[in-house]
Design a protein around this ligand. Structure first.
Ligand code: PMP
Length: 339
């Protein structure tokens, strides 16, 4: 018989798929790593499991414990799967800009979810960072993984995602591109790949409204770079410990609109029904590739999650129109037709 002992054994070993239609006009090969093939439909399953197992080994997480995290949803899903397999409780705090689907999914797998205001400073007691910290202080035998500063996050990608990319490209990868949020998936993979071949170039994708690109270029934290934006999962108004700027060679900034439109094109033209930050990563990476890639180059772009979590937003024509994100062609959803 061939079976897994629990759902967490199915994490990893996701496929690399070539971009065809969207890579027209680019020299070299563009491959995307589809992380929605993980059981929680995102790459965050990898680091969630690693943070839990490292905490168990360190004696920080004990039987019957509660995992408390501030998460945009995907890390929560990964933590919930690990918690179910290992018998822990979960409480998550989310910013209210996150898709309602993400909140529903977390509740579906048994987690308690607290929704917090988006547009407050991280230090504000109402922010999702502060609420998670407060619950951690109040609840006995609770563990706050803190994905931003917990280095098990990048290590998970160093140990699994990076080696898979190196193996599946037979060492031919020349460029690696990833959206940067906590920095774990960019920097863990970048460290592994650069150890195999120091000539691998890494391209970080940042959002407008986030500090990363400017910080890389000036070494200064510029508060003027911080303003509200809609893209979920990438860009930050803090500098997480998992972001190692020495491992990111350059950054490309992508607008909410360009990311959203490219995500819809990925679904329509490549059959890849992926999340918003995937479109941002592909838009930014292709912009870079058009200028920089040569015929024999191989670029891998990581695609963090699945499209179901964005059905009410970027895959909904009315939502797109309301935000001025217009394009030709229709994506009317069943929900609109029923309405
Ligand atoms: N995209 C999505 C949808 C995410 O949830 C995240 C995680 N914040 C990222 C991209 C960025 O990944 P990382 O945290 O590894 O930088």
């Amino acid at each position: 018989m061939k079976f897994h002992n629990s759902i967490i054994e199915t994490i990893g070993d996701t496929p690399l798929v070539k971009l065809n239609s969207l890579a027209k006009g680019v020299k070299g090969t563009i491959l995307v790593k589809l992380e929605y093939f993980n059981p929680g439909n995102s790459m965050k399953d990898r680091m969630a499991l690693k943070m839990v197992e490292d905490a168990e080994k360190a004696g920080i997480l004990k039987p019957g414990g509660t995992i408390i995290e501030g998460t945009s949803g995907n890390t929560g899903m990964g933590l919930a799967l690990a918690a179910i397999a290992k018998g822990y409780k979960c409480i998550f705090t989310l910013a209210d800009k996150q898709s309602p689907e993400k909140i529903d999914i977390l509740r579906a797998v048994g987690a308690e979810v607290h929704v917090c205001p988006t547009n407050v400073e991280p230090e504000d007691p109402r922010s999702y960072y502060s609420v998670a910290k407060k619950l951690n202080a109040e609840i006995p035998n609770s563990f706050y993984p803190n994905q931003y500063d917990n280095l098990s996050n990048a290590v998970a990608h160093y140990e699994s995602t990076g080696p898979e990319i190196w193996r599946d490209t037979a060492g031919k990868i020349t460029h690696y591109a990833a959206g940067v949020g906590t920095g774990g998936s960019m920097c863990g993979v970048a460290k592994y790949l650069k150890e195999q071949n120091p000539n691998v170039t890494t391209v970080g994708i940042d959002t407008y409204g986030s500090v990363f690109k400017k910080y890389k270029e000036t070494g200064k934290f510029d508060e003027n770079e911080v303003y509200p934006y809609l893209t979920e999962g990438i860009g930050e108004d803090i500098l997480p410990k998992n972001v190692d700027f020495d491992l990111i060679d350059t950054f490309v900034k992508v607008t909410d609109k360009d990311g959203a439109l490219m995500t819809r094109r990925l679904a329509k033209e490549e059959g890849m029904f992926v999340g918003w930050s995937c479109g941002s990563a592909v838009h930014g990476a292709i912009e870079y590739a058009k200028e920089n890639l040569k015929e024999d180059d191989v670029m891998v772009i990581i695609m963090p999650d699945h499209g179901t979590r964005y059905l009410g937003k970027i895959y909904n024509d009315n939502w797109m129109k309301d935000h001025g994100f217009t394009e030709t062609g229709s994506f009317a959803t069943a929900r609109d037709i029923i309405a």
